[in-house]
Ligand binder design. Structure first.
Ligand code: BGC
Length: 760
């Protein structure tokens, strides 16, 4: 193994739990006197038109050359640009044309835009440029593109989330862009959903930890710093739980469920200082996200004290009329959304919002106070980002862009996200002298490792991918020499090509690496009707297994496609999900033992097409035939070494409602190679006035252990970790017994007097 670390016998490390109560104060202080003064004085000089313009955001196509603004190569249309900024007082631009730009092109684009804004307008307010840098700067050619969120969460390594945030912010600023529509804080509890892979998985605690660390890395203590930028939390809130599994379809959930499972990530991220929030494109209980006054104004801006600004999602204000029919005209839709609490409209294809909002104010259906509030929030973020002082790209950052150190961090993340879910008779790691057949539709595809938001929105233009990043096949060839590798395609993603040829090749090989999964997709185009993996791919794996040669299945996919029918036939399985640009290298490293897999699933991998029960199931879900029967459980993942746990203890067997409780456990590497283990602390609240989950993660730590090395890992559970949303929709703590489980060990403690007290 390449992972080397000094041996520290039984070192004790303290792992803090991540309850909200523990979150530090916001690194942003939007109300700092000078910013507040500047905003007030600027606002006082603005006309209504200038204010409404600040609330308007359009996509770059609107100001670009060509009839639809999407001509290639991309060029700005200066006439259109000046119309937008000078005549319509535009506040914000987003996106790219059909594909990513080079750094140099970004310099041109941003410079031209800011020149107009700061030299040709009365008040010289810079444009706020926003981009979806979902797994790195996917819209700047050559950017460092990390594993997608579902894979990153499977590392359970919060330092990697922070590093991704740091690198992404740096490469965004290098491109001249200060605002990122990320992180996605929707929770992944509906695996059919086409955006499942944009989430940090099914668990509230894990997703909260990942999101918070990403923000810390991306924003640092000051978002105006040269390599930092603003995040945008999305999609507030409940978007990820469509009942029918299709993107942008209704969610049905009570306020209690919303507060228990869908809000906590946003609460933590707001507390961590995220200055912008994007709205859920869909609806909950019949109320479209963009018309939800209660969630946007009362909960987000009120209860959560969010003092940044809220941006709509793409075209979703207009859709209150055209799609949802809750508004009776486009103008009514604008009124409804702004009065619900939306501060900026991602219109994004025209200036209809600008025109209609002006009318709304003139007609008196939107008061000036609401406009002033929205514009103050937007200007505050512009000041915080430092773009009033300097709105131009920092060309010196080119030296850092996609540097070796960034690629290494990305490779570390890709290696750690790979989850080994089966390894019969220790087939893996493979000897480098073996003759290997590589087959399957994802073996030769970089897009299958990256999916959407990669160079293009759908991420499916394989021809545009970098030539220096290896596919799985190329990485294996490099690792063991091309002479040891045979490649036969076998199937496309859905149609057999030459399965008989793959079978013949398998007979001549020592082992077959069968790369299966999905192609690239994003948002609604990724909708599916059945979670089962395509039959052609399952047939390929089964046919090869029938040769009797050992089969290693590699899954590259955005959601857990059901592969139950081939799991028994495979000797080893690596679930890599979407490991990003270094995925090929990382997989080869794991296959041949240059890296020890340490990924643990951030979601429950279903055995059946509708096996959607999550690990934190309710008592009812375990009764009779409803039992939790996944292919692989949340938190599961194998290693090339073994770990043994001992000495689980709690600091107090009985606490009161002001106390925290310490939990300690020892973990030892009992195998022959170094490896990382994720110590997972689960808590079960034994009895509650609302049915309590089977168990919930309340602490975790990823530790590196040399063979024979033992460490003590310490956690602290605070009152927030014991709390839940009670019958009255408030967060409460109830007295009673709590069971702690780590690996196969368990212990209990009692909370003597919880008294239903809130914890926030
Ligand atoms: C997506 C958002 C994204 C926005 C801007 C929308 O279609 O839902 O996640 O930020 O487009 O590209």
């Amino acid at each position: 193994m390449k992972e080397i670390m000094k041996t520290t016998p039984c070192r004790s490390i303290l792992i803090a739990t991540l309850g909200l109560a523990f979150l530090g104060s916001s690194p942003l202080d939007p109300q700092s006197a000078s910013t507040e003064q500047k905003v007030k004085s600027l606002l006082a000089q603005m006309t209504l038109e200038e204010k409404v313009g600040q609330m308007t955001q359009v996509t770059i196509d609107v100001v670009s050359a060509g009839s639809d603004g999407r001509q290639e190569p991309h060029a700005l249309d200066m006439k259109k640009l000046e119309h937008a900024i000078i005549d319509r007082h535009l506040g914000s631009l987003i996106n790219v044309g059909p594909q990513a730009y080079t750094l140099e092109h970004w310099y041109e684009v941003i410079t031209a835009i800011q020149d107009v804004a700061t030299q040709k307008t009365r008040l010289k307010i810079p444009i706020l440029y926003g981009i979806d840098a979902i797994h790195g700067v996917n819209y700047t050619h050559g950017g460092t593109l990390f594993p997608q969120a579902i894979a990153l969460a499977s590392t359970w390594n919060i330092d990697l989330a922070k590093r991704e945030g740091e690198i992404t912010a740096c490469e965004m600023r290098a491109s001249g862009i200060p605002w990122n529509f990320y992180p996605v804080l929707d929770i992944g509890r509906q695996p059919l959903w086409a955006r499942f892979w944009e989430t940090y998985g099914e668990d509230v605690f894990l997703a909260t930890a990942m999101g918070r660390m990403y923000i810390e890395g991306h924003q640092g203590a000051d978002i105006s710093a040269p390599t930092k930028g603003a995040t945008c939390l999305k999609h507030y809130v409940g978007y990820s739980f469509p009942l029918n599994g299709k993107d942008r379809t209704p969610a049905w959930m009570s306020e209690r469920t919303l507060r228990e499972y869908f809000l906590p990530m946003f609460e933590a991220a707001v507390a961590a200082g995220a200055p912008t929030v994007m709205v859920n494109s869909s609806e909950i209980d019949g109320i479209p996200g963009h018309a939800n006054y209660h969630l946007l104004t009362e909960v987000l801006k009120g209860e959560m004290k969010f003092n940044g600004f809220v941006v709509s999602d793409w075209e979703d204000i207009r859709r209150l009329y055209t799609r949802d029919r809750v508004a009776t005209s486009p103008k009514d839709a604008v009124r409804m959304a702004v009065m619900a609490g939306i501060d900026m409209s991602m219109v994004p294809l025209d200036f209809s919002f600008y025109d209609l909002l002006l009318e709304c104010v003139k007609d008196g259906v939107v008061p000036m106070s609401r406009i002033n509030d929205a514009v103050s929030r937007i200007l505050t973020v512009k000041y915080q980002l430092g773009i009033f002082e300097n709105p131009y790209p920092d060309k010196t950052l080119k030296a850092q862009f996609a540097g070796k150190e960034f690629a290494q961090a990305n490779l570390d993340a890709a290696r750690e996200c790979i989850t080994m879910t089966k390894n019969d008779k220790g087939l893996l790691p493979l000897a480098k002298t073996m003759k290997v057949l590589v087959t399957g539709p994802t073996a030769t595809s970089l897009s299958a490792m990256n999916s959407g938001w990669t160079i293009t929105w759908q991420g499916d233009r394989e021809d545009l991918y970098p030539k220096d990043k290896p596919t799985v096949l190329q990485a294996i060839q490099k690792e063991i020499g091309p002479a040891n590798v045979t490649y036969v395609p076998g199937t496309t993603l859905s149609v057999p090509i030459d399965i008989p040829a793959a079978v013949e090749a398998a007979k001549k090989a020592d082992v077959a690496v069968v790369c299966l999964g999905e192609g690239a997709y994003c948002e609604t185009p990724g909708n599916i009707n059945d979670l089962t993996l395509n039959k052609a791919q399952l047939d390929l794996a089964s046919a090869i297994a029938r040769t009797g040669k050992p089969v290693v299945v590699v899954m590259l996919e955005g959601r857990p496609r059901v592969i139950n029918s081939i799991v028994g036939d495979a000797s080893a399985i690596l679930v890599a999900m979407l490991p990003g640009m270094e995925g090929g290298r990382a997989l080869a490293d794991v296959l041949f033992g240059d890296a020890n897999p340490s990924g643990k699933l951030a979601f429950t991998y279903p055995r059946h097409p509708s096996g959607f029960t999550t690990y934190d199931y309710k008592p009812l879900e375990f009764a009779d035939i409803n039992s939790y029967d996944p292919q692989w459980a949340f938190g599961f993942g194998l290693s090339y070494t073994t770990f043994a746990y001992s000495d689980l203890s709690v600091s107090k067997k009985s606490i009161t409602n002001d106390d925290s409780v310490g939990v300690s456990v020892k973990v030892k590497n009992t195998g022959k190679v170094a490896g990382k283990e994720v110590v997972q602390l689960y808590l079960c609240d034994m009895y509650g006035s609302v049915s309590r989950p089977n168990k919930q993660i309340k602490g975790f730590a990823k530790v590196m252990l040399q063979p024979g090395e033992e460490r003590q890992v310490d956690f602290v559970l605070r009152q927030h970790d014991l709390s839940f949303i009670g019958v009255a929709n408030k967060r409460i703590v109830e007295p009673g017994s709590f069971k702690i489980m780590i690996d196969k060990l368990s212990t209990e403690f009692v909370l003597e007097n919880g008294s239903g007290k809130g914890t926030n």
